[in-house]
Design a protein around this ligand. Structure first.
Ligand code: PRP
Ligand code: MG
Length: 185
């Protein structure tokens, strides 16, 4: 269909629900990282490309100074993440030594990406590293990931919108939902 929203069979989270949840997460994070004189600002790290929407909206929900940086990573092999290997396509521009870091992503599926990123960033001597994800699929987890900030746990269903793609489409939907079967056929 020409109207991309009509390809959703069910809306799981509306734009308004997403914004409200992100504001809650930003408030929670602000409370956990008190501003101290002379300390560098909290650094939030978005994982390209899916986390672009979450980063843009959550960053604007903070009422304190934060810094933003980005990483792009990719699994080896085609399609699946079964190899368990992650490589960096774009690294941070920031030296995170001594910094408090929160990694931001829109979904944790198997956990491979965030598990690997957490240990990678932890090896750079930051003051701390935590994870914030809008969505998590507990049933799909194959790697242990310690996630401090979660928007919602969801069933193991394929979801699109708000950064989440199906073959690169639907990232620009305002809502998050499940795709209608006609899209696959
Ligand atoms: C997706 C998603 C997460 C990751 C989660 O990114 O944005 O970053 O997969 O899956 P995992 O828990 O099984 O590792 P993807 O690598 O598809 O790239 P994208 O962000 O560019 O869509
Ligand atoms: Mg991603």
């Amino acid at each position: 269909a020409a109207d991309v929203e009509s390809d959703l069979v069910e809306v799981l989270f509306t734009e308004a629900q997403i914004q409200e949840r992100l504001a809650g997460l930003a408030q929670q994070i602000e409370g956990d990282y008190p501003v101290t004189d002379g300390e560098p600002d909290l650094l939030i790290v978005g994982i390209l490309r899916g986390a672009v929407m979450v980063m843009a909206d959550m960053a604007r929900a903070f009422s304190r100074h934060i810094e933003m940086d980005w990483m792009a990573v990719s699994s080896y092999g085609s399609g699946t993440k079964s190899s368990g290997v992650v490589r960096i396509l774009k690294d941070l521009d920031t030296d995170i030594s001594g910094r408090h870091v929160v990694i931001v992503d829109e979904i944790i599926d198997t956990g491979l990406t965030l598990s690997w990123l957490t240990s990678n960033l932890s090896s750079r001597n930051p003051a701390s590293v935590e994870i914030c994800t809008l969505l998590r699929k507990p049933e799909a987890l194959t790697m242990p990931v310690d996630v401090k900030y979660v928007g919602w746990d969801i069933p193991n269903e394929f979801v699109v919108g708000y950064g989440l793609d199906y073959r690169e489409r639907y990232r620009n939907l305002r809502d998050i939902g499940t795709l209608a079967p006609h899209v696959y056929s």
